[in-house]
Design a protein around this ligand. Sequence first.
Ligand SMILES: [Cu+2]
Length: 141
Amino acid sequence: MYADSDGTEDGGEGSILPADESLRENGGGRPTLPVDGTLRKGEGRIRHYRWDVKYEYKSPDCFKKLVITINGRSPGPTIQAEEGDTVVVEVNNSLVTENLAIHWHGIRQIGSPWFDGTEGVTQCPVLPGDTFKYQFVVDQV
Ligand SMILES: [Cu+2]
């Protein structure tokens, strides 16, 4: 299954790049994928997202209120990945006055405990105005 691949690395939909450098086009352009669309185990892709977290006014229940959004959405965007893929999420904290960490519930974080997103336990918070790059392998789906 392929997720969207609009070719951009920005926005909530993310982009898909083969983790194996040999599968990429020269020059780091748009990635090439096997013609039949299948990958063997160990040929996971890189799922790259850029998220901007901020407060926005939304009316989820018809009453306007401030909510925390990711790329303008609340709830935030969905990450689509398969077992063996590497998820990379660059999170920018635009909350202005609040620290931030993202916890990836259900991801075991084997070999990457510092990306588990528990502020003060496994990572320092992402300070207002800062960007933090989470990177982990999806070892089971
Ligand atoms: Cu959890």
